[in-house]
Ligand binder design. Structure first.
Ligand SMILES: Cc1ncc(COP(=O)(O)O)c(C=O)c1O
Length: 479
């Protein structure tokens, strides 16, 4: 197949379902290595080719319309097809498509965006975020965090403080530092990870880790206590920081009990260690706040962001640097030997500014907090009555449910059955993108979703759960 046949004129790109799916799939498996993909398996199945998108829907090359309940990859907060964002990119490309921020130079969109983000980050407990370091992704931002945390303690004359504590099943990216900070066993097994001085504690997953009869509140405090135990095991004077997602996203939307974060705050305060809030998923309205630490009321020193800052229209990430760290880096630090070609990329920053303006104009954050988020919570809770569902929770516009074999005992299916993947298959067939993490089914819909669209999504979810139930009954796995 000649690749030039795929270079379609603009009209055809818009009507891309007219393209030859088989030909695209053949070139895809011949040349394109995808992230987190078994390529032998993909080649035998052929990739789903997504060709266009609008609002909360995407279309594939066969013309199927699919409700995207994952916002792409937790990022298209403002929904697809937003002309304002395309215009912002075009205007900035015509004015200044690139210039770096090295060598005492800067650019206007980067300055404006840093100023805007500083104004959006809530001040808690007298701490504020006046400074931003830009990257192009969540992974790079977490690499920046590791460099910054170590530099901070070096500058304070405590170079022995190297250890960063994270959590099992956390996701913090795919670079060497990001994958090490993350707590995904499958990632650690490839490439001799984690790198030294990163260690993990158990996640606060009530469904899996609570003791029989334990209340959520008691479990939350006990789970936070695992951090204190780890600090004492490592040696308090060796611990540099604790990193965590406010709600664990890629790990399966693990929402901590209300008692968890206050106790974590008490512990990091007691031992003087830095707190990194990885909000790559949770910021920019996802939990009904510009930044998620505000929702849970804790006081991070560094906040990782990416994804929703541009609604995924263009890569941009960064770290909100709190006063405690910024003061030391700026006043004592001299040159920080760290940075990326695309730190403060003017086009990415211009798109982010347009995205934040759009989100403010449409009150997307407030809607999730006070209107659509509570509505989704009510509708999603109805799923608890389904024979397959052991628990169903939301937090703003993320939600997760667990598929169980026995609702009375919460017994899980044999992992080899791949019940989550069966359900995900039904979702695709029925025009719904929902993600499976083991036997947890999760969503993170675009924040523009209306009540009627939430109803439409819920009807699809129920249809897919029913189809999964039918399969399991037919296979004799359920009575
Ligand atoms: C919490 C969290 N941190 C970091 C990352 C990595 O971001 P990226 O894929 O942009 O490198 C992700 C990606 O999903 C994430 O969910």
């Amino acid at each position: 197949m000649n690749p030039s046949t795929l270079i379609a004129p603009p009209a055809l790109v818009r009507r891309a379902e007219q393209q030859d799916t088989k030909a695209i799939q053949a070139l895809d498996s011949a040349h394109y290595l995808h992230p987190f993909t078994d390529h032998a398996g993909l080649a035998s199945r052929g990739a789903r080719v997504i060709t266009r998108a609008d609002n909360i829907y995407v279309w594939d090359s066969e013309g199927a319309k699919i409700l995207d309940a994952m916002s792409g990859l937790w990022c298209v907060n403002a929904g697809y097809g937003r002309k304002e964002l395309a215009d912002a990119a075009y205007q900035q490309m015509m004015t200044l498509p690139f210039y770096n921020s090295f060598f005492n130079t800067t650019n206007v969109p980067a300055v404006q965006l840093a100023t805007k983000l500083a104004s959006l980050a809530p001040k808690v407990g007298g701490r504020s975020f006046e400074h931003v370091f830009f990257s192009s992704s969540g992974s790079e931002s977490n690499d920046t965090n590791v460099r910054m945390v170590r530099r901070y303690w070096d500058l304070l004359g405590q170079p022995q403080r190297k250890v960063i504590i994270s959590r099992n099943n956390a996701y913090h990216g795919s670079t060497m530092a990001g994958a090490s900070l993350g707590g995904m066993g499958g990632m650690h097994a490839q490439g001799d990870l984690p790198i030294p001085n990163i260690t993990h504690i158990e996640q606060p997953y009530f469904f899996e880790n609570a003791r029989p009869g334990e209340s959520e509140a008691d479990f939350g405090r006990r789970a936070a206590g695992w951090l204190e135990a780890k600090i004492l095991e490592v040696g308090a004077d060796k611990v540099a920081a604790f990193i965590a997602e406010p709600v664990q996203g890629a790990g399966g939307v693990i929402i901590p009990p209300e008692t968890y974060w206050p106790e974590i705050q008490r512990i990091v305060d007691q031992y003087g260690i830095l707190l990194i809030s990885d909000e790559v998923i949770c910021a920019f309205g996802r939990l009904g706040h510009w930044f998620a630490y505000e929702k849970f009321g804790y006081r991070p020193d560094l906040v990782t962001f990416a994804k929703g800052v541009t609604s995924g229209y263009i890569p941009l990430g960064g770290v909100m640097v709190g006063d405690r760290v910024a003061r030391v880096l700026i006043e004592k630090g001299g040159e920080f030997n760290h940075g990326y070609t695309y730190s403060g990329h003017p086009v990415a920053c211009a798109v982010a500014l347009a995205n934040l303006e759009l989100m403010e104009r449409e009150n997307l954050v407030g809607r999730v907090k006070d209107d659509t988020g509570p509505y989704l919570a009510r509708r999603f809770a109805e799923l608890k009555d389904h024979p397959l569902v052991g628990g169903a929770e939301t937090c703003g516009f993320v939600a997760g449910l667990v598929l169980v074999k026995n609702k009375a005992t919460n017994a899980m299916f044999d992992a080899d059955l791949g019940v989550g993947m069966i359900c995900r298959g039904h979702c695709f067939k029925n025009g719904l993108i929902m993600r499976a993490v083991g036997d947890r089914m999760i969503i993170a819909p675009p924040l523009v979703m209306t009540h009627a669209q939430i109803d439409e999504m819920m009807a699809l979810i129920v249809r897919c759960l029913d189809a999964t139930l039918d399969d399991l009954r037919s296979a004799g796995e359920l009575a």
